[in-house]
Design a protein around this ligand. Structure first.
Ligand code: G3P
Ligand code: MG
Length: 346
């Protein structure tokens, strides 16, 4: 008779500690995996000298796609299965605003993707810059819609539409026209396009899904990010109206994002590993001192668990500079970060 096929023994899961990973500049650069990242995931999944599995989640400021779509992509890149139950992107917490506003303008991302994300969050009436340009092409003198954009854009009477809030979900693909449209709304009478307020204090609020001024893409040097658009918009608003514009940013380093991450990790450990208690330590691996290290350190001060910041040298932070926010450890790459955490624990 044939011998029973040998099944490898299930590795034990640690309930003592967990990891949380930033994505751009830690695991991915410009759509390509950072080589050590694939190895790091294997180590977490039991290929380490202790034969233990270590729970982990992902907390990125990036976005522009549904969490589902982003996880499918990350699964392929990291050669593991990533579930939306262990994933937060910059705009994920914005879903909690879906019932607060009726008609909203959503900025950023490719094509219609961010409208789809916003509708998936439950936003009832989502307008895009394309809809506004389709209605009045004079809105943006130097931007004409492509045929595809025209076909996807929806027609409506904007003189009868009150836009109650502006959400920047992902990086703008056309700063000039998107900023023109945001400014028009901020200077409008109560969020109605085509009107001008006399006081400039009745426009809709603006929310950004994060505040990274720069980020790590495929270029050797950092590239401008959403935080740069925010700075630019605020400066432009001041130049045009003489007033100060206050906007709100989500994402890291906001404490709310780390609280969200804590809840997600708790749920994830419970659902997939049957662990119904918080870990003692969460190792957060990031490349951007202003977002990742700052957020982790500040959250650590008020959290019951230890949040331990590890900075890598594969992204925004570069060797030879002093990081503005000081991590507990600085290592070359994410594999070293994972090994550092494991070593501290055993
Ligand atoms: O646009 C994305 C970028 O600013 C940061 O992404 O993964 O490094 O938080 P991440
Ligand atoms: Mg990063």
């Amino acid at each position: 008779p044939l011998a029973e096929p040998e099944t490898p023994p299930e590795s034990a899961v640690t309930d003592k500690y967990a990891f949380a990973f930033d994505i751009d500049g830690v695991l991915i650069r410009g759509g390509r995996p950072i080589p050590e990242a694939i190895e790091a995931m294997k180590v977490l999944n039991g290929q380490n000298q202790y034969g233990i599995k270590i729970p982990y989640i992902f907390v990125t400021n990036g976005g522009g796609k549904t969490e589902q779509e982003r996880c499918i992509q990350l699964s392929k890149q990291m050669e593991i299965e990533v579930s939306p139950g262990q994933f937060i992107c910059g705009h994920t917490p914005m879903r909690e605003m879906a019932n607060k506003y009726n008609t909203v303008l959503v900025i950023g991302g490719e094509g219609e993707k961010c409208r789809i994300v916003a509708e998936g969050y439950g936003f009832k009436d989502v307008v895009t810059p394309g809809d506004i340009i389709k209605d009045n092409a004079d809105t943006t003198p130097f931007r004409k819609l492509t045929q595809e954009e025209w076909d996807n854009s929806r027609t409506r009477d904007f003189s009868k539409t009150v836009i109650e809030a502006i959400f920047v979900f992902a990086d703008s693909r056309d700063w000039a026209s998107d900023q023109q449209i945001i400014l028009d709304l901020l200077m409008s009478k109560g969020g109605v396009l085509g009107t001008r307020s006399e006081t400039f204090d009745e426009g809709p609020p603006v929310f950004f899904s994060h505040n990274d001024v720069v980020w790590s893409a495929s270029h050797d040097l950092t590239r401008l990010g959403m935080g740069a658009l925010r700075v630019s918009l605020e400066a432009m608003y001041k130049a045009v109206t003489g007033k100060t514009l206050n906007t709100t940013a989500y994402g890291k380093p906001q404490i709310g994002t780390f609280q969200f991450a804590t809840r997600l990790l708790q749920q994830w450990r419970k659902d997939t590993h049957g662990i119904d208690a918080p870990p003692d330590t969460v190792y957060f691996v990031g490349d951007t001192p202003e977002s990742d290290v700052r957020g982790t350190n500040e959250f650590n001060k008020q959290s019951e668990q230890t949040w331990y910041s590890i900075l890598v040298r594969t992204g925004v932070y570069q060797e030879g500079t002093t990081p503005k926010f000081v991590p507990k450890a600085t290592v070359d790459n994410v594999l070293e970060a994972v090994l550092h955490g494991i070593e501290r624990e055993h």
